[in-house]
Write a protein of this length. Structure first.
Length: 352
């Protein structure tokens, strides 16, 4: 339900029709200086939904920061109703030190809903829940893959929640991975709290990638258009695959990898994914896909040890695979879906 015209966040009252930068206190330094999360709050003249967009909950995942920057300083939007809250850096501790985690080595994205008397991570999580989530109707949280990995852009959401499903389908990625999310994750607890939240997983850590910015900024606009907060025509992908099962393919021996496929590629059961060579260049084995699917994520580090993850495949049936392949081929000649087909060929890590 839309919030009341009176809106207070970080101790500041912001009336309808105004935009303001505010600083939400989340902790203190060793010297007692306040640590803030910077927020841009944009309010339309008319009341409506309140939506947050967050990035860098993991401090090294800065593609989301770039997406929010592009959204703010790219093509201007005119918010016709509601309130938009943008947080380009949530984990300011990790962002400053180029680290994924907080100084207490806890993962902020496993610490929700937190506690006012808990650990550093728990206290920050509690502040974000009470100061941000409890003031919002919907949320979009921006992420990338973990260190030495990359993700093909995909949305993750609890599709059993009708409003989370609405956001996930509106965003406009090729793929939605269905699930509530890990215990303690931001989107799981925010959705449980009554603020349906989805996440975008896209690209690599420590990078701001043009292809990821493109899908991220368009996805935010698509969501706002779906919520009737802006007057725009959403850009839809050529297909939308909803999957529940994903599987990591792992190395069996140590060696150097030669990749045969890239994130976003379709793959058939039995198809070669990577070939592993010894340090002296002798071929050791070729890993093959066990199921049909789409490559959701991959390692970016060609040197591996036994058991290390190489390729994450979202499982599809044979009929789904053929249908989506056909739609992708047709989309290559359609100017309305060119942005998405360009994206599908812009994340190559293939070297063979």
């Amino acid at each position: 339900m839309p919030r009341r015209p009176s809106f207070i966040i970080a101790g500041e009252r912001i009336p309808l029709g105004q935009s303001r930068d505010v600083r939400l206190v989340i902790s203190e330094t060793y010297t007692g200086e306040k640590v803030h999360v910077p927020l841009r709050v944009i309010r339309a003249k008319k009341p409506g939904p309140t939506v947050f967009i967050t990035a860098a909950i993991h401090g090294d995942e800065i593609n989301g920061t770039g997406i929010i920057h592009d959204f703010l300083f790219g093509d201007l939007i005119e918010l016709k109703r509601g309130t938009l809250i943008l947080a380009p850096v949530v984990n300011v501790f990790g962002f400053e030190s180029h680290e994924r985690y907080l100084p207490d080595r806890r993962d902020l994205n496993r610490s929700f809903p937190g506690s006012a008397k808990g650990s550093l991570a728990g206290r920050i999580a509690h502040t974000l829940m009470t100061e941000l989530v409890d003031r919002c109707d919907y949320g979009v949280d921006l992420h990338t893959a973990a260190i030495q990995r990359t993700n093909f852009p995909n949305i993750r959401a609890d599709l059993n929640n009708p409003q989370a499903r609405r956001l996930a389908e509106a965003f406009g990625c090729f793929m939605i991975v269905d699930g509530k999310g890990p215990i303690g994750s931001f989107r799981r607890e925010a959705t449980k709290r009554g603020c349906p939240t989805i996440i975008l997983e896209a690209g690599e850590p420590w990078k701001v990638e043009p292809s990821v910015l493109q899908i991220g900024t368009q996805g935010i606009r698509n969501v706002l258009a779906n919520l009737e907060m802006i007057d725009e025509r959403p850009l839809k992908p050529p297909f939308l695959a909803k999957v529940r099962k994903t599987q990591w393919v792992r190395a069996t021996v140590g060696g150097i990898l030669k990749f045969h496929l890239s994130p976003g590629d379709f793959v058939e059961a039995g198809q070669a994914l990577v070939t592993n060579y010894s340090i002296m260049g002798e071929e050791q084995y070729t890993l093959q896909a066990e199921n049909n699917g789409i490559i959701l994520g991959m390692t970016t580090m060609p040197a591996v040890k036994p058991g290390e993850p190489i390729c994450n495949i979202a499982t599809l049936t044979a009929k789904q695979l053929q249908r989506y392949r056909t739609k992708m081929e047709r989309a290559k000649t359609d100017p309305h879906t060119q942005a998405f087909t360009d994206l599908a060929t812009s994340m190559d890590v293939v070297d063979a």
